[in-house]
Ligand binder design. Structure first.
Ligand code: AMP
Ligand code: ZN
Length: 458
């Protein structure tokens, strides 16, 4: 494999060489679970899922995507809704996994949760204090940024300039404005854990350092996330981990995806301009959304519009149209591989638009083919490309029958309607109403008449 990746730390595209031959470790900063994921949040999940699929062709990959389940925003959501924190986090962890599954994102090998790693975080903080990189003050533990020579190298910031330009009011317990929190005290109402510094809770950055260390080792091969995480989150993770590990590099390659925007404005929960995956998948096939997200190179900005989705839908229709009606025997399908040109596009810093162009070139060859054997071979290759890209995962006839409209298939809808009618006949109106609600949630409207029940997608 001749993979090249753009490493944020080196600021350029470089050949990828893992620490251990034949094995790769990858860590992706995952969701903070207090809300549904929007399509901006889905972008890193989808693009790094594609990278994971590519890596698995050549390496034994261990891929961890964490869950941040302790955070001020989660506490605020709990107070606002009056629901216990565990109920909120459990609900949104499930929603996140369901939503990403609908976009064809394979589950990572590991999904560590911050609250299950408090002991590891405390141990790492103690190590940082012992080695002189952190200090305790008024129940807080802070990382002493001035103790780390290379601080700022990931985000290309000069610490002296940062200090000179800083207008932040310095909290009394901090030695310097840019020192960041490793541990902070908790009030009795907020989640907290016993620690050598009193009852408290971790800062955000230490979670990822501790979870990466526990599951992937002191030095990981690839650390990924959205652009907005470069500073402060990844800069701080890098400082903590390399200082705790006597200067060993934390990540050999840092990968960051560009922002997804709408009307040129970054999509973000705080701005409120969000399109939730949870809502979109009720009416739009997950593969359409996935392809729309892969339509731009992952490092580039991606401006989202109705046209983005329409064009992805048309593209998928062309791909499904090419393979429709060709019966590919299982053994031929299993033996087929992706054309070298498509793999080469992905090996060039995950150039998904170029890879899609190669996918279409294959579809055109298939459309032109007249000989039956050639058609079967090319269709088998198309499915191999689909497996790598996370596309063409549905039977073509079902695709065109609208099988994947929303997250319910036509068969699913028919069988739910049959169940509802049976419930009505048994005067079990609660069940009948629940089924109607389930259908309506999935964007399906039903109409009862003397001739039976008809349905349509809204
Ligand atoms: P959060 O749940 O806000 O911590 O975000 C989860 C992931 O989504 C992080 O990797 C963010 O960098 C990424 N992210 C958030 N908003 C966007 C956006 N508009 N475009 C691309 N990535 C984003
Ligand atoms: Zn992180």
């Amino acid at each position: 494999m001749t993979l090249q990746l753009h490493d944020t730390l080196q600021g350029k595209k470089v050949p990828f060489v893992p620490l251990k031959e034949g094995e790769v470790t990858m860590y992706l900063c995952g969701p903070t679970v207090y809300n549904f994921a929007h399509i901006g949040n889905a972008r890193p999940a989808v693009v790094f899922d594609l990278l994971a699929r590519l890596l698995r062709r050549s390496y034994k990959l261990t891929f961890a995507r964490n869950i941040t389940d302790v955070d001020d925003k989660i506490n605020a959501a709990s107070i606002e809704s009056g629901k216990p924190i565990e109920e909120i986090t459990a609900r949104y962890i499930k929603a996140y996994n369901d939503d990403m599954g609908a976009l064809g994102v394979s589950p990572p090998d590991l999904e560590p949760r911050a609250t299950h790693h408090i002991g590891e975080m405390i141990a790492m903080i103690e190590k940082l204090i012992d080695k002189g990189f952190a200090y305790e003050a008024e129940g807080h533990v802070l990382f002493d940024v001035s103790s780390n020579e290379s601080y700022g190298s990931l985000s290309k910031r000069d610490l002296r300039e940062m200090i000179a330009g800083s207008r932040v009011e310095v909290a009394p317990y901090k030695k310097a404005a840019h020192d960041f929190v490793l541990w902070k005290p908790s009030t009795p109402e907020l989640p907290g854990w016993d620690s050598p510094w009193g009852r408290g809770r971790p800062g955000w950055h230490i979670e990822c350092s501790a979870m990466a260390e526990k599951h992937l080792g002191d030095t990981i091969d690839i650390h990924a996330g959205g652009r907005d995480l470069v500073f402060p989150h990844h800069e701080n993770e890098m400082a903590q981990s390399s200082c705790a590990h006597d200067g060993a590099p934390f990540a050999r390659y840092w990968l960051h995806n560009g922002f997804l925007s709408m009307d040129q404005t970054k999509m973000s929960k705080s701005l409120g301009n969000v399109l939730l995956v949870h809502e979109l998948i009720k009416t739009i096939p997950g593969e359409v959304i996935r392809l729309a997200l892969l339509g731009a190179h992952y490092k580039q900005p991606l401006d989202w519009s109705a046209e983005t989705l329409e064009s992805a839908r048309r593209m998928l229709d062309r791909l499904y149209g090419a393979v429709q009606g060709i019966d590919v025997p299982t053994d031929i399908r299993a033996a087929a591989d992706v054309p070298e040109s498509l793999v080469a596009a992905l090996e060039d810093d995950l150039n998904s638009p170029k890879a899609m162009a190669e996918f279409f070139a294959l579809a055109r060859s298939l459309n032109k083919a007249t000989d039956e054997d050639t058609k079967v071979q090319l269709a088998a290759q198309m499915y191999a490309c689909g497996d790598l890209m996370g596309l063409l995962q549905t039977d073509p006839d079902s695709w065109f029958a609208g099988h994947v409209e929303g997250n319910l298939s036509s068969d699913d809808i028919e069988s739910l309607i049959a169940k509802r009618n049976a419930a009505k006949a048994n005067r079990d109106f609660a069940t009948a109403d629940a089924i109607r609600d389930q259908l309506s949630e999935a964007g399906v409207t039903i109409q009862d008449s003397r001739d039976g029940t008809t349905w349509r997608r809204s």
